[in-house]
Design a protein around this ligand. Sequence first.
Ligand code: SF4
Ligand code: SF4
Ligand code: SF4
Length: 177
Amino acid sequence: MRYGMAIDTRKCVGCSDCVVACQTENNVPHGYTRDWISETVEGIYPDLALEIRSERCNHCDNTPCVRTCPTGASHVIEGGIVKVTHEECIGCAACIESCPYDARYFHPEGYVDKCTFCDHRVKNGQDPACVSVCPTHCMYFGDLDDPNSEISKIVAKNKVKVLAPEAGTKPQIFYIV
Ligand code: SF4
Ligand code: SF4
Ligand code: SF4
């Protein structure tokens, strides 16, 4: 079992429903966020293309955030989901510094927080909140180890990329481009 996400940038309209759903589902405090929308323009004028991406922790296979955590608060659970045990976090920020994606933030209650792939929903057979509300159905979540899962088929048949591959973290969110 290896959970991952595929996001079709060609169908994302930047509505931010995924961001609002995450904040509501996970009680993310006002002014903070576990996921966000990025926009980049590529090409040379007048042949320009806008890419809109819903971004969050990539639940990497190679995790500097876990390696640098001195207390074990940052850890990996079944399915490759990277989590933080709030009670064990001393707020040293080593994980924040080591993440190439700026995927973590300081919760005002004194610990580091980030996307969990909504593992509390996943273990009940539900999709993460962001995936479940996307109005264009451009987000896919599932088991990348199962060649017959929808996400595996989507990743296999489309041109995909990961963000900042040069960082060597082996991200598990694939963007269809
Ligand atoms: Fe894009 Fe879907 Fe998020 Fe809207 S909910 S910003 S369409 S990924
Ligand atoms: Fe760690 Fe950052 Fe990768 Fe998430 S995106 S697993 S916080 S290195
Ligand atoms: Fe670990 Fe918390 Fe320090 Fe991050 S801030 S490295 S989770 S103890």
